[in-house]
Write a protein of this length. Structure first.
Length: 302
């Protein structure tokens, strides 16, 4: 005789549906070759970044422990050359991937979280609250994101968390507008009216009905936003507004500029971090476009 209770059966059924949804998503995602290339590139870069403490060690960031000649060209000992302190640029590039990826992921997550909250509240409640939230959103939209991020990073202490906050609180308006439009579309469906008739409150409707239906849009927006966050972090670091105590790809470009790599022709100092930033941004963009096409099949039919 089975002793499985009704809640356990419901939980098992929910997990089975999630597994089926993930399996269908992966089958559709695999049909997008560009998305697979982007995913493979991200997996490789993430593996390199996670293995940095084992492959290059934390001593590569030390200025006093540098063993090479300043601004040495690529050689067998230093495949990408050295910086102005004699540190291995290959080691710095690998270690800097950790900061650049972490800032991009966390900043994009903060941005999407703010945009999702604002969009759902504006779309669900409507009225004066929606008007007020959308006017704030419009103000952020018309203001250049990079300028606002520079202002925040300037007035606050120079740290990684400041950069994450500066990017996150200035790049959410696009997500807010998209989520608001999707929320309005979801709330016009008949099952929302039935949920209200059965006594469902605002929190129940937003958490159990609206949020699950806007999550595909949020996921696609997150993957697309990470590349923008990484580029913005690199720009802030290049302008000297990042954390000077950590190594990032944008910080490496800033150090190269200060060392005169542009005027002196030390291309090996400038090219690797610039190419790394471009490759990561391209990989996230390819993944984001593929996710968007899977979640919205109409895009793939164009």
């Amino acid at each position: 005789m089975s002793t499985t209770t009704a809640p356990e059966k419901a939980g098992s059924l929910a997990w089975a549906r999630r597994r089926d949804s993930l399996a269908r998503f992966w089958r559709s995602y695999r049909t997008h070759r560009a998305g697979l290339y982007g995913l493979a590139g991200l997996a490789l870069i993430a593996l390199i970044a996670l293995s940095a403490p084992l492959t290059v060690g934390g001593d590569v960031q030390s200025v006093t422990g540098a063993s090479g000649t300043a601004l040495a060209s690529p050689s067998r000992q230093f495949p990408l050359g050295t910086d102005q302190f004699g540190r291995s640029l290959l080691g710095l590039l690998i270690w800097g991937a950790r900061i650049s990826l972490a800032v991009g992921l966390l900043a994009a997550a903060l941005s999407v979280a703010i945009g999702t909250l604002v969009g759902i509240l504006a779309g669900h409640y409507g009225g004066w609250l929606s008007t007020a939230l959308m006017r704030i959103t419009d103000w952020f939209l018309v203001m250049p994101t990079l300028v606002l991020a520079i202002v925040l990073a300037t007035v606050m202490s120079h740290s990684v968390w400041t950069v994450i906050l500066a990017i996150g609180v200035t790049s959410w308006p696009t997500t807010a507008r998209l989520v608001r439009a999707q929320t309005i579309a979801v709330e016009s469906r008949p099952y929302i009216e039935r949920a209200r008739a059965l006594g469902g409150g605002h929190g129940h409707i937003m958490n159990r009905h609206v949020l699950p239906n806007v999550m595909p849009l949020v996921l696609a927006q997150t993957t697309l936003g990470i590349s923008n966050a990484i580029l913005t972090e690199a720009t802030l670091a290049f302008l000297g507004l990042g954390d000077p105590t950590v190594v990032s790809w944008g910080g490496m470009l800033q150090d190269a500029r200060e060392a005169g790599a542009v005027s002196s022709g030390h291309w090996w100092y400038l090219a690797p971090p610039g190419i790394a930033i471009a490759l990561v941004a391209l990989s996230f963009t390819l993944c984001g476009r593929a996710v968007e096409a899977v979640l919205n099949p109409k895009l793939g039919a164009r």
